[in-house]
Design a binder for this molecule. Structure first.
Ligand SMILES: Cc1cc2nc3c(=O)[nH]c(=O)nc-3n(C[C@H](O)[C@H](O)[C@H](O)COP(=O)(O)O)c2cc1C
Length: 341
């Protein structure tokens, strides 16, 4: 069945119902070994952050928050999968409705608020998975933890997940947890990264496994803010940057009746802003830290643009909802994809 028809059916459900239905169906197909029938896109392998990626296209955080569908999602052919955001303790997230579709703009607005089942539940899922590919684990803080104490939550999370992670993504850019984005600034950022970096080194010395630390940043940063962050990333030897999370701006959707909904905007209207951040990073860092481009990729051309702007890898989320798994295959087929310059 072609994805446009599947999408028509899914869009009759509420966004969260469609999300749950799609993932449980995919999970069931995986259990029945039916996902083996899916065409497996190969792509060109590439080395980034000391890890070997089978292709450059990853699943962005937020779709499989609790790591319950890793094997099923891997069967779609992703080069890497990022689960989370997960917090130390389970939390329900914000009240419903908290996820909105804007089909005319191929966009979503979400204010999920880190709804997740907590790190111990994630670990149970990770012990069950057969997945041996690149797994990113995206970590955050609980809602009630103050910004001043946030580093303790991140450190706790890191200690728990590091044995299972190919890389750890530090989410300090969700717009849906009050004050979280303050962690992107000055001393708060430096202290957080220094604490986590020390833990990374400690784990390496004791286990001989180097787990890259990747910071996920907001698309709403000014040039000055970005410049200050890059100085800290370089000083603390951060291994990678995910650019970007969702935006609180409403560029391009001003006329939508949903524009006033609180939350982060993703999908097509985010593309330009998010790629602008990649270009700034490239100017500032000159390829010294790998960039994972994320935000508004709805076509293979969008992915190409991110890579031409400085991204080595890309991630998709909203594009998958609107275009289906064909988007992943189209990007993987891009000429030169996966070839490091
Ligand atoms: C419903 C939803 C939930 C999300 N949850 C998370 C999350 O828990 N952690 C995170 O780092 N990003 C989260 N994101 C952001 C995505 O990972 C991605 O950065 C953003 O949506 C931009 O990419 P896109 O335009 O391809 O969707 C979420 C996005 C959506 C739409």
């Amino acid at each position: 069945m072609c994805y446009s028809l599947i999408r028509k059916i899914l869009f009759c459900l509420s966004p969260e119902q469609a999300h749950f239905f799609t993932l449980t169906t995919l999970g069931l197909a995986e259990k029945l070994r039916m996902t083996k029938l899916l065409p497996s896109p190969l792509g060109s392998p590439l080395d980034v952050m000391g890890l070997k990626f089978p292709n450059a296209v990853g699943l962005a955080a937020g779709l499989d928050k609790n790591g319950e569908y890793i094997d099923a999602l891997a069967a779609l052919g992703f080069g890497f999968i990022e689960v989370g955001t997960v917090t130390p303790r389970p939390q329900p997230g914000n009240l419903l409705p908290r996820l909105f579709r804007l089909p005319k703009y191929e966009a979503l607005i979400n204010r999920m608020g880190f709804n997740n089942k907590g790190v111990d539940y994630l670990l149970e899922q990770l012990k069950k998975t057969r997945f041996t590919g690149i797994l990113g684990i995206n970590i955050g803080k609980n809602k009630e933890t103050t910004i001043e104490n946030a580093a303790q939550d991140y450190l706790y999370m890191m200690r728990k997940v590091i044995p299972f992670a190919s890389y750890i993504a530090i989410n300090i850019s969700s717009p849906n947890t009050e004050n979280l984005r303050q962690l992107q600034q000055g001393d708060l950022l430096q202290n957080l990264l220094r604490t986590l970096k020390a833990e990374q080194v400690f784990f390496f010395e004791n286990n001989n496994k180097y787990v890259p630390l990747v910071v996920k940043i907001s698309p709403d940063l000014t040039k000055d803010e970005l410049m200050q962050m890059c100085d800290i990333f370089l000083a603390e030897k951060i291994d990678g940057i995910i650019a970007t999370n969702t935006t609180v701006h409403r560029d391009g959707i001003e006329l939508s009746p949903l524009a006033a909904e609180m939350g982060g905007l993703s999908g097509m209207p985010l593309m330009r802003r998010s790629t602008g951040i990649i270009k700034e990073l490239q100017l500032l860092l000159k390829s010294s830290i790998p960039i994972i481009g994320c935000g508004g990729i709805l076509s293979a051309e969008d992915a190409r643009e991110k890579m031409d702007s400085g991204a080595t890898l890309v991630q998709i989320y909203t594009g998958l909802i609107y275009q289906g798994p064909k988007l992943l295959r189209d990007i993987i087929k891009l000429p030169g994809q996966g070839v490091l310059s």
